[in-house]
Ligand binder design. Structure first.
Ligand code: CA
Length: 228
């Protein structure tokens, strides 16, 4: 059974989420603050973290930064819960490394659908073979990207995006096609989300100049190519 850690200081919301997850056959664990959540994640990592943005003490954004900067937790799927309606705030959460966000108020049905979508897309690669292009290699089973023997740590969505690009090199994909192929059909994601994850992927690759493989094709979308 998939274990979901819910980090939310408001008890009524935690209870509502816990009930919805149990109904959907998911196991739910709860933390009322980020410090407790961090300790719980380190001692027994869940399959996914549902993280409220506004928390007393350490904020949701601080916790995401901590989790994404540690190689043990960089691959942990994270969905952010936010009451913020401004697009720039939601995009900020994705820029820090969240895999998706849900805006309050949300229905239990939407919540469960989005959790399942994130779990599905982070688990789909289990049977895939390793891929290599010009010194950049990706091992889907080990969730590992290597450049010249050095391991790069990618968050789940960036990892999946890179896997898709490396499996389909030298072809241009529009944002809409990338959403379909990488995020999956029927998910409630804005096209601008693609740009945020492309930026994060390039940043992760730029130390060894592999970001040049992720190319913007003006007016059309993005392409992975080892040709400059
Ligand atoms: Ca809160």
């Amino acid at each position: 059974m998939m274990r979901i850690l819910v980090v939310e200081d408001e008890r009524a919301i935690r209870d509502m989420i816990g009930f919805a997850l149990k109904q959907a056959g998911l196991q739910c664990e709860e933390s009322a603050d980020a410090e407790h959540a961090l300790a719980s994640i380190v001692s027994n990592p869940p399959d996914l973290v549902l993280l409220d943005w506004m928390l007393p003490g350490m904020s949701g954004s601080d916790l995401i930064r901590r989790l994404r900067s540690d190689e043990i937790t960089v691959g942990l799927p994270i969905i952010m819960l936010t009451a913020r309606v401004e697009e720039s705030d939601r995009i900020h959460g994705l820029e820090l490394g969240a895999d998706d966000y849900i805006t309050k108020p949300f229905s239990p049905r939407e919540l469960v659908a989005r959790i399942k979508a994130v779990l599905r897309r982070t688990r789909e690669l289990i049977d895939e073979k390793p891929i290599e292009h010009a010194g950049l290699s990706l091992d889907p089973v080990g969730h590992r990207v290597q450049t010249d023997g050095e391991t790069l740590n990618l968050a789940p969505t960036e990892f999946r995006l890179l896997h898709f690009f490396m499996s389909n090199p030298d072809r241009v994909y529009s944002r809409e096609q990338l959403l379909d192929r990488v995020w999956g059909r029927g998910v409630f994601v804005e096209e601008r989300t693609v740009d945020v994850h492309i930026r994060r992927l390039r940043k992760a690759l730029e130390d060894r100049a592999y970001d040049r493989f992720i190319q913007t094709v003006r007016g059309a979308g993005y392409r992975f190519s080892t040709d400059a």
